[in-house]
Design a protein around this ligand. Structure first.
Ligand code: C2E
Ligand code: CA
Ligand code: CA
Ligand code: CA
Length: 279
């Protein structure tokens, strides 16, 4: 019994140590990633549910240290805990602005909008709105064509504080989306107080549309709620035609997912939009 207990403890301790070591390696690597040019954006097209035409793109971060590629699912949570997400998020926002300005020079008013993830840690920075304003004016990006994605969980964690910062961002003309909607616990009263323009239906519900009645029910309810509040709806993680048809017939406006497009390198994204424009 004693041995078993020790083994159990030993195992636990090792895995915690491994976790801590991995966290340290990732954090130190991330601190240098910007200077070392190891970050790059991917752009996943967002299409109109009816026509399938590209209307926007979500910027998804990729990190390639010399050892290979690290998935954002592995490094973003750690970057949030350690706070490295703040300088990285600043880099990401600048990249989004740079893309918006470039694309508008190329396609004019028909250019796709740019959706960009903003973490709770960034929202907590007192200077966020001021910093974003400076990047907007340096890059010449149109704030109305930038959509800030904030997860429902981080949004609802501190509504009063977020209300202040989001109102400042909205005053700059930036748009706001609630990301991963349906996975957190939104108070509807709170939701109506926040300057929100878009709801993104979480992939977990989209996934279950074909097999699970509850997922179908939640998806319909979210679309109905969004419409009632005058918001636009984006469904993420759409992989099948059946999912697309269900979402479309329920009035979902926009679709993101492998059924249409995977996240693309910018050159491939530009080529896809050019192809649609008949260039
Ligand atoms: P997210 O914001 O929910 O982004 C959507 C994720 O779903 C992306 O994963 C995307 O590649 C993936 N996806 C899109 N369509 C499909 C599909 O049809 N099927 C499946 N199975 N997956 C699909 P990715 O790029 O690995 O990013 C993971 C998460 O990392 C993001 O989830 C987001 O929370 C975070 N992240 C990525 N880039 C950034 C960033 O620049 N800043 C911050 N703060 N977080 C980021
Ligand atoms: Ca997102
Ligand atoms: Ca999402
Ligand atoms: Ca998600």
């Amino acid at each position: 019994v004693k041995e078993k207990g020790r083994d159990g403890w030993q195992f636990f301790s090792d895995s915690l140590q491994d976790q801590a070591r991995q966290r340290l390696v990732i954090t130190q690597g991330l601190r240098l990633a910007i200077a070392n040019n190891e970050l790059s954006p991917r752009f996943q097209p967002i299409v109109a549910a009816g026509s399938g035409r590209i209307v926007g793109a979500e910027l998804l971060l990729r990190w390639h240290p010399p050892e290979g590629e690290v998935s954002p699912a592995a490094f973003i949570p750690i970057a949030e805990i350690t706070g490295v997400i703040v300088p990285i998020g600043a880099w990401v926002f600048r990249e989004a602005c740079r893309a918006e300005a470039d694309w508008r020079r190329r396609w004019g008013e028909a250019a796709p909008y740019v959706s960009v993830n903003v973490s709770a840690r960034q929202l907590g920075e007192e200077s966020l709105a001021q910093d974003f304003a400076a990047v907007l004016s340096e890059t010449g990006a149109d704030p109305a064509r930038l959509l800030l994605e904030v997860t429902e969980t981080s949004l609802m964690a501190d509504v009063e504080a977020n209300l202040r910062v989001l109102n400042r961002l909205a005053d700059l003309g930036l748009r706001v989306a609630v990301d991963d909607f349906g996975t957190g616990y939104s108070s509807l009263a709170q939701l109506t107080r926040l300057p929100v323009n878009v709801l993104k239906i979480d992939r977990a519900f989209v996934n279950g549309i074909e097999q699970q009645r509850e997922s179908r029910t939640v998806t319909r309810a979210v679309i109905g709620l969004g419409k009632a509040l005058g918001l636009k709806l984006v469904a993420e993680g759409v992989e099948t035609e059946a999912q697309l048809l269900e979402l479309r017939s329920n009035g979902c406006d926009f679709i993101q997912g492998y059924f249409f497009h995977r996240p693309l390198e910018e050159a491939a994204f530009v080529a896809a939009v050019d192809r649609e424009a008949g260039v």
